[in-house]
Design a protein. Structure first.
Length: 93
C-alpha cells in the first residue's frame, strides 16, 4: 500500500519504490538514515532526491534470505558515503 510522504517516511533503512511528482515516474531507491540522523532518498544517479518532489513511497517485499546481506551491505556503504560527502554508490555501480 502506498504511503504519503506527508504522513510518514520509512523508520529504518530500506529499499522503496517512490513516486516522483515532477517527472510523474516511479523509481526504486534506498532510504538512508545516517548516524547523524539525516534521512534521505537517493536515486540511481547518486543524487539525493528532494523530499518535496516525492509524494508517496512503497516498501518492497522482503527479498530471499541470500540477498538480504548484500542489500544491507549496500545500505551501509550508502550511509557511510552520505555522511562523508562521498559518492553514495559503490564504484562501478
Amino acid at each position: 500500500m502506498w504511503i504519503k510522504c506527508s504522513e510518514r517516511y520509512p523508520d529504518k533503512q530500506m529499499w522503496v519504490i517512490i513516486y516522483h511528482a515532477v517527472s510523474k515516474s516511479f523509481e526504486m531507491c534506498p532510504w538512508v538514515i545516517g548516524d547523524n540522523g539525516n534521512q534521505q532518498f537517493f536515486d540511481t544517479e547518486e543524487v539525493c532526491l528532494s523530499e518535496t518532489d516525492i509524494t508517496h513511497w512503497l516498501p518492497l517485499q522482503t527479498p530471499p534470505a541470500a540477498e538480504i546481506e548484500e542489500e544491507l551491505n549496500l545500505l551501509k556503504q550508502l550511509t557511510h558515503a552520505a555522511e562523508n560527502g562521498e559518492s553514495p554508490l559503490p564504484a562501478g555501480a
